[in-house]
Ligand binder design. Structure first.
Ligand code: MRU
Length: 322
């Protein structure tokens, strides 16, 4: 299959009268765009995961605020609706706050371009963490779809693949909404990087059989001490990786850092509709978990590779990119 780049404007963009996004609920079967002509529609699109992934929802919200501003709508109301659409990813609040001083389409486009540039820089920094012929395990989708283009964890994987260091990627399917088997596998296929989907529950046994060299994930929010919230199941992968002596590397832009959260206990965890799991029985459906910092081998931001103790090595503010 010919390699195909997921251009940032395909993930999300602002047109004259709508925020337009590639509807991630329909992938990989259909590439269909969704036009959100109101903030209410955009809030619904974020809630229902038509667009998802921490940086992407921040960028989409920024476009939504710009649209509301052009129409002379109540910006406090738009802010409140958008910021409340999903609770865990701090990028949502970060992007909306960044838009407060200048809620224009130019500012939103600039913010989008800066997030993509952060991803490219993270990828370049992360390459050194991949051994030659790396067999990588990733979870959820931290690719171009999740970041407005290029990717964080997947950006690192593609940069390492371009450097000839990646032999294979194991893609955890990521129950219950299958961001791994639907979205990450789709992106890897388009990038021409060898991969195979595995059940989430198979990850530890692939590690035990010495078929994994490192685990690479994104993040939704990173506390000041390095505790990292990411898709449910990441914590289990971190425990299994540590047991097998394998590094778990988190790749996330500085817009995902939350210095106001002292540790993971300060990170709100989204509980989604149990109906996403089963409509027949009682269920619980937390969308994220927190991996304690001591199980994270390295955190890669656009500034560089950070190691424990994260309280002193992580940047305290979002880096300015030019
Ligand atoms: O519920 P989702 O699909 O929005 O969850 C996304 C994740 O957990 C990603 O790993 C995270 O946002 C990092 S994306 C660069």
């Amino acid at each position: 299959m010919a390699r195909r780049e997921l251009e940032p404007h395909r993930v999300v963009r602002l047109e004259e009268d709508a925020v337009v996004l590639l509807d991630q609920r329909r992938l990989p079967d259909e590439e269909v765009e969704l036009r959100c002509t109101s903030v209410a529609q955009l809030v619904d699109a974020i809630r229902t995961l038509a667009i998802r992934g921490a940086p992407s929802i921040g960028i989409a919200a920024a476009y939504g605020l710009a649209l509301a501003s052009e129409r002379g709508e109540d910006l406090d109301l738009a802010y409140a609706g958008l910021v409340g659409s999903r609770p865990t990813a701090v990028n949502l609040r970060w992007a909306l706050d960044a838009m407060r001083a200048e809620p224009t389409r130019e500012r939103a486009e600039e913010l989008h371009a800066e997030e993509v540039e952060r991803c490219r820089r993270m990828g370049a920094h992360a390459v050194e963490l991949f051994p030659e012929g790396a067999r990588v395990l990733t979870h959820c989708n931290a690719g171009g779809l999740a970041t407005g283009g290029y990717g964080s964890a997947l950006g690192a994987i593609r940069a390492a693949a371009a450097a000839g260091r990646v032999a294979h990627v194991w893609v955890g399917e990521t129950r219950p909404l299958l961001q791994g088997s639907r979205l990450t596998a789709w992106e890897l296929e388009q990038l021409g990087i060898p991969h195979a989907v595995i059940a989430d529950s198979a990850a530890a046994s692939f590690m035990a059989r010495d078929e994994v060299d490192l685990v690479v994930t994104g993040a939704d929010r990173i506390a000041a001490n390095g505790d990292t919230a990411n898709k449910i199941g990441t914590y289990g992968l971190a425990v299994a990786a540590t047991y097998h002596g394998l590094p778990l590397v988190v790749v996330a832009p500085t817009s995902t850092l939350d210095p106001a959260a002292a540790d993971g206990a300060d990170i709100p965890i989204e509980e989604r509709d149990p109906g996403e799991l089963t409509t027949r029985f009682a269920a619980r459906n937390p969308a994220f978990d927190v991996t304690p910092a001591h199980l994270v081998a390295a955190i890669v931001t656009e500034i560089g590779v950070h190691r424990a103790p994260y309280a002193t090595t992580l940047p305290r503010a979002t880096a300015v990119v030019q």
